[in-house]
Each structure stands twice: as structure tokens, then as C-alpha cells.
Design a protein around this ligand. Structure first.
Ligand SMILES: Cc1ncc(COP(=O)(O)O)c(C=O)c1O
Length: 379
């Protein structure tokens, strides 16, 4: 049996999504900027997709800018803030994805901005009092905090952070790459300036995503070239990717609560089974469903001298999952996220991440392999 439990890294494309992309790879291949019928047809696909995405988020189509994925959208949000909106202070956390962390560091090194890291607790929760303290520092601020952490699942209370940003007149960006397509968003009611999306996290194609920018804001191009995406991002559009993203979003939001119930039940089952089996098991990040992304479970196993073998052995048994640690030259080093929450580096950890296609039989198989690996291989 082969079980894929690394859906936070990427998800399998939904068959309906692949099917909907084929015409745009084969027959309807026009360049959306061409004025002939092939081009006009392609342009219509892009604008229909944009309208469909906007409808799901309750925003206007003009607020959606298609990008090559989450990393580009994150870069773009920070770039717009510093270079078009006069931001001089970026407030973020030490456990953001590198698409934000490294971009903020880069902008800081350029010498243009002050960079502050808000305090977080051992489960990755943001200290809102510390955030408010930082918001009172001098300068126009941007708060960039991820909606759900991709390694440890902890969720940000978006409304509370939004209220603080509004109170202190700061811009607010949230990296929603792990939550878009998994939770509903209502952008008429949530005050937020920027959101980011990558289609491959919800059964869409890789290499396509978008940045939502509130319509009241000025923007500035990160990629210079043609006038595509209303001048914000030059380059011929990824037609089949955009069509695939819109289809993936339709499928994701068709029954988002049903998907959530299904996946949360699997996660709870895994938590219960592993907790009952191991004397000394804990979890990184929140596990309370109210505060934790339902697709991710990060287990911290009892220390073993063969920790470096864990993921490798599970892979040999057909279970694909990932660690928050990178193993290089035989030395296991902790990820910046686990370091950021002060996790115990002597304990091996595994991130299991699920999708709406994951079955109970697959979870049971994975649980059995984990138990076997610890009892036979890692002793
Ligand atoms: C939270 C988060 N932000 C950004 C990204 C980057 O997205 P992409 O791979 O589409 O560039 C990822 C991907 O793993 C992610 O999990």
C-alpha cells in the first residue's frame, strides 16, 4: 500500500480539474492578449475564472491578480507595501514560510524598513499584546502573519489581528496558502488588505495562484513587462493553470464543511490512536480544532538515537510524510518553525497532512506502520 500524507507540501490534482484544463492545452491555446478570436476566447476564460474566484471570496474580480503561486504572491504583497504604500515597518513572526520570512529580511537588508518579530508561544500562537506594542512604534506598518502554519497547523485569529491593524492604521497581509480552499473567506466582512493563494494546495495545478489586493490600495509591479494583470504582473498568462485554479476552487468550496468534517475526523482518530499507543507522545502546535488547521498534524515522538531513520523507514513502508527537520550530512537540524517555538530538538517529529481524498483505511495503515517502525526499527 502507498499512502500519501504530505498534502501540506502539495495535493494530487482533482480529476475534474485535470479534465477542465485539457482543452486549453490542446485546442483553445490563444494568447489572451491577441485581438483575434483565439485570443479573445482565451481572455474570456481568464476573466470568467477571475469572476468565479472573486465570487467564492465575496470580493470584486479586480481585486484578484493571478501569479505563479504562493511565493510570488507573498513577495508581491510585501513589495507593494514598501514600494507603493510607504510602509517603513514590517511586523511578522519567526515561523512564517520563507516566502515571507526571506522577503522581509531582504527588504530589511536593503535598508528601507524596520523589521520586527512578534512574540509567539510554544504552540505558535501570536501574542496579541506584543503585536499591539509593536504597532505603536513609529512608522507606517504592515502586519504579515500567516493564517495557518504549514508545519505545526496553528491558526491565527484573523478577525482579532484585523481589528488591531485597523485600530493602528496598519496594513494587514495574511499568507493564506494553507487555508485557501479549506476555509470560507468573506472579504466583505473581513478587513484585510492582502491574501495569498496557491492552487496546488487544494487539488489544483502547480505554478498558479493569486494575490488578493483590497481595491482601495495603490499597487506597483514586481514583474515588469506587458500590461497583463492590469499592469501588475507582465507576462503571458498561464491560461490552463488559471482555468484549473478556478475549477479547483469550485470543487473545494462546493462542500467545504463536508471536507472539513471528513478530514478532522481522520486527524482526531490519528491523535487518539497514537496517544493511546505511545507513552510519551506530544504534538507541535495546537490540536484543538478551533485553533488548528484540520489538514495538518505534527507529532513529536519519544527520543531515539535513530531519529534520522524515521521518515526514510516510513517511506520504505509506503507512507509519505514529512519532517519539520532537514537531514543534511547525517545531522538532523530543526526547521526554523520548530526552532521558533522552542521545540525539543532531541525528539523526532513527523508532519502528517491529509486531504479530502484521504481514507480511514490509509490512516489506519499509516498508524500501524508508525507503531511497527518504533517497535522494530528504531529500538
Ligand atoms: C504557508 C505557505 N506559504 C507560501 C508557500 C509557497 O507557495 P508556492 O509553493 O505555491 O510558491 C507555501 C508552500 O508550501 C506555504 O505552505
Amino acid at each position: 500500500m502507498r499512502v500519501y500524507l504530505d498534502n501540506a507540501a502539495t495535493t494530487p490534482i482533482a480529476p475534474e480539474v485535470a479534465e477542465c484544463m485539457i482543452p486549453y492545452l490542446m485546442n483553445e491555446f490563444g494568447n489572451p492578449s491577441s485581438t483575434h478570436s483565439f485570443g479573445r476566447q482565451a481572455k474570456a476564460v481568464i476573466e470568467t475564472s477571475r469572476r468565479s474566484v472573486a465570487k467564492h471570496l465575496n470580493c470584486t474580480p479586480a481585486e484578484i491578480y493571478f501569479t505563479s503561486g504562493g511565493t510570488e504572491a507573498d513577495n508581491m504583497a510585501l513589495h507593494i507595501c514598501v514600494n507603493a504604500l510607504g510602509v517603513t515597518h514590517i511586523i511578522t513572526s519567526s515561523i512564517e514560510h520563507h516566502a515571507i520570512g526571506h522577503t522581509a529580511e531582504y527588504l530589511n537588508k536593503q535598508g528601507n524598513i524596520l523589521l520586527s518579530y512578534v512574540k509567539i508561544d510554544s504552540k505558535g500562537n501570536v501574542d496579541l499584546a506584543d503585536l499591539e506594542r509593536l504597532l505603536q512604534l513609529e512608522g507606517k506598518a504592515l502586519v504579515s502573519l500567516m493564517h495557518a502554519n504549514n508545519e505545526i497547523s496553528t491558526l491565527l485569529p484573523l478577525e482579532k489581528v484585523s481589528a488591531l491593524c485597523e485600530k493602528h492604521k496598519a496594513y494587514f497581509h495574511s499568507d493564506t496558502v494553507q487555508t485557501m480552499g479549506h476555509y470560507a473567506f468573506d472579504l466583505q466582512n473581513l478587513k484585510i488588505d492582502f491574501l495569498t493563494c496557491a492552487a496546488h494546495k487544494f487539488h489544483g495545478p502547480k505554478g498558479i495562484g493569486f494575490l488578493y489586493v483590497n481595491k482601495m490600495l495603490k499597487t506597483e509591479a514586481l514583474i515588469h513587462g506587458g500590461a497583463q494583470e492590469r499592469g501588475l504582473r507582465g507576462g503571458t498568462e498561464n491560461l490552463y493553470g488559471i482555468a484549473g485554479l478556478a475549477k479547483a476552487m469550485d470543487l473545494a468550496y462546493h462542500d467545504v464543511l463536508g471536507h472539513q468534517d471528513h478530514v478532522q475526523a481522520l486527524k482526531t482518530h490519528m491523535i487518539n490512536e497514537l496517544t493511546a499507543h505511545f507513552d510519551d507522545l506530544s504534538f507541535h502546535g495546537e490540536t484543538n480544532p478551533e485553533k488548528s488547521l484540520y489538514t495538518v498534524l505534527n507529532c513529536s515522538f519519544p527520543p531515539t538515537s535513530k531519529a534520522g531513520m524515521l521518515l526514510f523507514t516510513l517511506d520504505l513502508k509506503g507512507v509519505a510524510c514529512s519532517g519539520g527537520s532537514a537531514c543534511s550530512s547525517g545531522a538532523v537540524s530543526q526547521s526554523h518553525v520548530l526552532q521558533g517555538i522552542g521545540a525539543d530538538g532531541s525528539r523526532p517529529n513527523v508532519r502528517f497532512s491529509f486531504s479530502r481524498y484521504t481514507t480511514q483505511a490509509e490512516i489506519d495503515y499509516a498508524i500501524q506502520q508508525v507503531k511497527d517502525v518504533f517497535s522494530k526499527t528504531l529500538v
